[in-house]
Ligand binder design. Structure first.
Ligand SMILES: Nc1ncnc2c1ncn2[C@@H]1O[C@H](COP(=O)(O)OP(=O)(O)OP(=O)(O)O)[C@@H](O)[C@H]1O
Ligand SMILES: [Mg+2]
Length: 242
């Protein structure tokens, strides 16, 4: 197995007729174990759409998608959650934690879905959160955690079932730059990268180019390896393009 994620001529069209939007246009991409791939591009260029398809949250309109060697189109809607659970960890900008559950419960719940229950789930959840520096926050509710802490819980949750692929959609977008950098270190240099895991990150943060194996650019739904001129968008996101 030498490819974790394979997109072959993937497209996504939202809507139909004269209101149809081609959000992702004929994109091909292969991501191998241990690789860190950054995807950058202007607002509305299709980054979230592309990542959602890679993370099996959204079906492509066209093209083939293979995850860990398995052709995704062969899986029914009912089978997809299990495929996703074992193969993909998703980190969202908005954390997406369950507000009624504590930090440790938020991590346990995704293991429970993968049939890891009781003491085994608790032990792994505590171990992950401890490695992420949250041993003193295990029983806090998300509302009582800082942004960086919430994002570390989200990271623990994404790693809980030990998936070979992590997808992160602007994971530091809501964090100040120092905390954001710590989260990225954990994701890309620490725990996230254990066991040759592949990581795909959508980001506007140019500093992350240093840690990436590959930087790809998405514009008008088209993916390329060449940076184009979209400095204005950085101003919009409050980030200066060096
Ligand atoms: N559910 C939807 N229905 C219709 N159009 C959509 C839908 N979701 C996204 N779009 C459109 O598809 C295009 C790509 O959107 P997407 O969210 O993937 O962009 P993005 O690169 O993630 O942007 P941002 O940097 O602002 O998060 C945009 O033109 C958007 O308006
Ligand atoms: Mg987006």
């Amino acid at each position: 197995m030498d490819t974790i994620l394979e997109l072959e001529n993937i497209s996504k069209v939202y809507g139909r007729g004269h209101t149809a939007v081609k959000a992702v246009d004929n994109v091909s991409l292969q991501v191998k174990p241990g690789e860190i791939v950054l995807i950058m591009g202007p607002s509305g260029s299709g980054k979230t759409t592309l990542l959602s398809m890679a993370g099996l949250l959204l079906r492509p309109t066209d093209g083939h998608l293979r995850i860990n060697g398995q052709e995704v189109s062969r899986f029914s809607e009912r089978q997809l959650p299990a495929l996703r659970l074992h193969n993909v960890g998703f980190v969202f900008q908005a954390y997406n934690l369950l507000g009624a559950l504590t930090a440790v419960e938020n991590v346990e719940v995704v293991m429970n879905m993968a049939d890891v229950k009781g003491k085994a789930a608790r032990t792994r959840a505590v171990e992950l959160l401890t490695r992420l520096g949250l041993e003193h926050r295990l029983n806090h509710l998300p509302a009582d955690l800082s942004g960086g802490e919430k994002q570390r819980v989200a990271l623990a949750r994404a790693l809980a079932n030990n998936p070979p692929l992590i997808l992160a959609d602007e994971p530091t977008g809501n964090l100040d730059s120092k905390i954001g950098h710590e989260v990225m270190e954990l994701l890309c240099c620490g725990l996230g990268r254990d066991q040759g895991r592949a990581i795909v990150i959508v980001t506007h943060d140019h500093r992350l180019r240093d840690i990436a194996d590959r930087v790809l650019w998405l514009e008008d739904g088209k993916l390329s390896e060449k940076e184009s001129n979209w400095n204005g968008d950085y101003a919009w996101h409050g980030v200066t393009n060096p």
